[in-house]
Design a protein around this ligand. Structure first.
Ligand SMILES: Nc1nc2c(c(=O)[nH]1)N[C@H]1C(S)=C(S)[C@@H](COP(=O)(O)OP(=O)(O)OC[C@H]3O[C@@H](n4cnc5c(=O)[nH]c(N)nc54)[C@H](O)[C@@H]3O)O[C@H]1N2
Ligand SMILES: Nc1nc2c(c(=O)[nH]1)N[C@H]1C(S)=C(S)[C@@H](COP(=O)(O)OP(=O)(O)OC[C@H]3O[C@@H](n4cnc5c(=O)[nH]c(N)nc54)[C@H](O)[C@@H]3O)O[C@H]1N2
Ligand code: SF4
Ligand SMILES: [Mo]
Length: 736
């Protein structure tokens, strides 16, 4: 039988007159899709397509990747540095030399007056790895501030912290191919079809072949939850209670992998003692999942030949974020599900190069997962960079979320924001607004001149983005892939690498140009390769051309291993197999007990609803990019909330009406979208819109990772009688 458009006019795709296809890696999410940008005769990017031979996406792209070429000509790009005078007036265009001389002068003058750490540098997960490495060398080796971090503290810090606590090092051990070997998949707080559509497609294809059960744990009935075999609508913020209860059942029924535990782990007795407190009946009362279901899921998980866990922000962004990751690792270790095909504990990363910054930016330490706390690591990098190792701090300084309060108290006086926008992404943005206003000197280095933070900046540096420059990203499965330069950046904007190198020249001149800063991205990559030798994150066998040829290579990858055929041509698939052991000195992983303390802001009589925040498939973060691409923006141009129809009816709120949402911090106006995706006592607001979700969030911090709990806070709702005025207010607070 024939369906669809048969006999009707077939869809005609306009001939874009592509002359040449250029290779890149998608610049949005951490899936790491290989993409080709079509340029026409005049060299103008006119089309995007997935790369067929690339293992990650096998020719596919999602709704963001497919329109990514439109970014190059999108509205709001910066094309000239801009500067205000010392009275914060006269925002004027200026030359690069004047701008960068002033950046150098202001940093040093603040440091001289208030100490080296009084100037803060905050970066991102969206630069190229070579840029991250260069920024790290500049910050740690020349500027010498320890107030240096990235937005990954808002994103991956709990995963990093949990991996370090369980395995002794960061580094996701699994890969996408694990879907093709697994017998069961649990997804914790991850909305894969919307946030990582192509990883989802890989998973779905494998599941259709192998029929493994999919268990989704999420308070919201997401698209992923709708496709699950079992959906556990957990009470927000209580995942570790469920994890403990699952282990309680596993131990009680003797389902653990005793041989694996004995050979590879420490801490079993302490863990057993703690989980004994979490029998499924008690646990059910806290986490909202009934006793019988906890037992079924625990048995299914432990009895599966190979079981895989993935997770994203529903775990990381919590006051128990780091513990939640350790809890997943506990489950994996106790059932022997690490380092084997289909048996893994895989954190799904966020931004396109959140992995690259973890590995090479020196934000949390020194390059190649080295630590400031380890004297040999400081010595090694000092020698390699020609910097006195004594110049390095002996421990990590303030993290992202602690830097803003340090601005409030006057400890930090200057800030350089690089590719991150706290006015849309930090919790409690009304407080952040006041914080930014306190700064003596704020530099904003962003590809878009209309990013909200420029309103508070003394200096704006226009940066090239994505395929306007050349270098690498590392994706969720440790695959390094390359972005080639497709087109020039607009006007007088420059690549982040160029900017860092120019700033470095000014600091380097202070001490006779002692430190070497290569200009070419390919050379910087080789330098990183040298530093990676003998490290877990070994990339020494890779170079830019080889990476493009193989359509991405996973680390660890050395020339010796590749020549000897010990690893496939596309790199090491898994960590903690026989050839890579855990990073603790005794090479064993740790089982860690996780007592649960309920420390969230929870709904009460005054603020009766949970506020959950997150993402939509068509938009990326603060929408500086997707807000300008018509085919993305058209799906959701207006701030909205998902609300349960019964809850809406009880409050007299109609579908499509504007509603005032109020938290203890501030308020926001959103359009009501009635849907059963959310329960009667919860609303969900995407955080993509300016002056919206993050006006309301509290952002209590995880004690280990200092990551904010963006997903758990309390709000109340007020219907708005004057809908016209609300629509206008809403329009004003909308960015585009
Ligand atoms: N389209 C698109 N894709 C993106 C991004 C984007 O902005 N747009 N951003 C990228 C980045 S940086 C990141 S970090 C990832 C994020 O990817 P995801 O984490 O998958 O996305 P979120 O929507 O932030 O949150 C995931 C889910 O956590 C659930 N959740 C809330 N509270 C809890 C809880 O207590 N327990 C559990 N188990 N779940 C809970 C939410 O209901 C939500 O469905 O996406 C990446 N991909
Ligand atoms: N309520 C709530 N808040 C959240 C989250 C949540 O789930 N809920 N998630 C958190 C998470 S996981 C994350 S990762 C953060 C993300 O939050 P942000 O770090 O603020 O992310 P973006 O809005 O993507 O900001 C990146 C900026 O870099 C610019 N840019 C893009 N490419 C380049 C480049 O090559 N060079 C330069 N110099 N600039 C560039 C963009 O224009 C943009 O302004 O948000 C966090 N905030
Ligand atoms: S899944 Fe992620 S990496 Fe792939 S095309 Fe979409 S946004 Fe880009
Ligand atoms: Mo993120």
């Amino acid at each position: 039988m024939l369906f669809g458009r048969y006999k009707k006019n077939p869809i005609k795709i306009a001939d874009k007159q592509v002359k040449d296809w250029k290779y890149a890696t998608c610049g949005y999410c951490s899936t790491g899709c290989a993409i080709e940008i079509g340029v026409n005769e005049a060299g103008k990017p006119v089309a995007s397509r997935g790369v067929g031979g690339a293992d990650v996406n096998r020719g596919k792209l999602c709704v963001k990747g497919i329109f990514e070429h439109e970014l190059f000509t999108s509205a709001g790009r910066g094309d000239q540095p801009k500067m205000r005078n010392e009275f914060h007036e006269d925002y004027q265009e200026t030359t690069w030399d004047t701008a960068l001389d002033r950046v150098h002068k202001e940093i040093r003058s603040i440091q001289e007056k208030h100490g080296p750490d009084s100037f803060a540098i905050l970066s991102t997960g969206q630069l190229l790895t070579e840029e991250f490495y260069t920024l790290g060398k500049l910050t740690r080796g020349l500027i010498g501030t320890n107030t240096y971090d990235g937005n990954t503290t808002l994103c991956m810090a709990s995963a990093v912290s949990g991996y370090k606590r369980s395995f002794g090092s960061d580094g996701p051990p699994g890969c996408y191919e694990d879907f093709e070997h697994t017998d069961l998949l649990i997804a914790w707080g991850s909305n894969l079809p919307e946030q990582h559509p192509i990883i989802y497609w890989r998973m779905k294809e494998a599941q259709e072949k192998r029929g493994f059960p999919l268990i989704v744990i999420d308070p919201r009935v997401t698209m992923y939850a709708q496709m699950a075999d079992i959906h556990l609508p957990i009470t927000p913020g209580t995942d570790i209670v469920l994890q403990n209860a699952m282990l309680n059942v596993i131990f009680a029924e003797g389902l653990e992998d005793k041989d694996y535990i004995e050979a590879n782990t420490n801490g079993l007795d302490e863990l057993k003692a703690e989980v004994a407190n979490y029998d499924p009946i008690t646990a059910a009362k806290i986490c909202g999942i009934d006793e019988g279901t906890i037992r079924v899921v625990a048995r299914l998980y432990a009895k599966a030949g190979a079981a895989m866990s993935i997770w994203t922000m529903g775990i990381n962004q919590s006051t128990h974020g780091s513990d939640g990751v350790v809890g997943i690792n506990n489950l994996s270790l106790c059932t022997g599900n690490i380092g084997k095909p289909g048996g893994t504990s895989l954190s799904i990363t966020g931004q396109c190069n959140a992995m690259g910054t973890r590995e090479w930016s020196s934000c949390s330490g020194l390059p190649g997962y080295r630590l400031l706390e380890v004297p040999e690591n400081r010595e090694e990098i000092g020698q390699f960079w020609n910097v006195d190792p004594e110049f390095f701090p002996k421990k990590r300084g303030l993290v992202h979320t602690d830097i803003y309060p340090a601005i409030e108290t006057g400890q930090v006086k200057g800030l350089w924001l690089i590719a991150t926008n706290p006015m849309s992404s930090m919790p409690n943005t009304e407080r952040i607004r006041k914080t930014l206003e306190k700064l003596d000197f704020l530099v904003v280095q962003d590809s878009y001149a209309d990013v909200e933070t420029t309103q508070y900046a003394h200096m704006y540096l226009p940066a090239a983005t994505w395929a306007e420059k050349e270098g690498c990203f590392t994706n969720t499965e440790r695959r390094v892939n390359i972005v080639r330069k497709v087109t020039d950046a607009p006007g007088n904007s420059q690549s982040d690498l160029w900017i860092f190198n120019e700033v470095a020249k000014r600091f380097n001149a202070e001490n006779g140009d002692a430190v070497n800063f290569p200009e070419k991205s390919a050379d910087i990559f080789l330098e990183m390769g040298e530093l990676s030798k003998g490290r877990l994150v070994n990339i020494s066998g890779m170079n830019h051309d080889l990476i493009e040829k193989q359509r991405g290579i996973q680390w660890p990858y050395t020339k010796e291993q590749a020549d000897a055929g010990e690893i496939p041509p596309q790199g090491g698939k898994r960590l903690y197999t026989e050839s890579t052991t855990f990073s603790y000195p005794d090479k064993r992983a740790k089982l860690i007990p996780l007592p649960f303390i309920n420390n969230n802001e929870v709904p009460d009589e005054e603020y009766p609803f949970w506020l959950n925040t997150g993402r939509l498939v068509e938009h990326f973060h603060g929408r500086t990019k997707t807000g300008k691409v018509a085919n993305n923006n058209k799906y959701s141009p207006t701030p909205f909330m998902e609300i349960n129809p019964d809850a809406a009816q009880a409050l007299g709120i109609q579908h499509g009406e504007y509603v005032r949402v109020i938290s203890r911090r501030s308020d926001a106006v959103v359009m009501a979208q009635c849907t059963d995706r959310v329960s009667k006592n919860a609303v969900f607001i995407p955080f993509h819109f300016h002056d919206c979700a993050n006006r309301l969030t509290l952002g209590l911090l995880d004690p280990y990772s200092r990551q904010p709990a963006y997903k758990q806070q309390a709000i109340r709702l007020e219907p708005i009688s004057d809908q016209k005025a609300a629509a206008l207010l809403n329009k004003e607070s909308r960015k585009f």
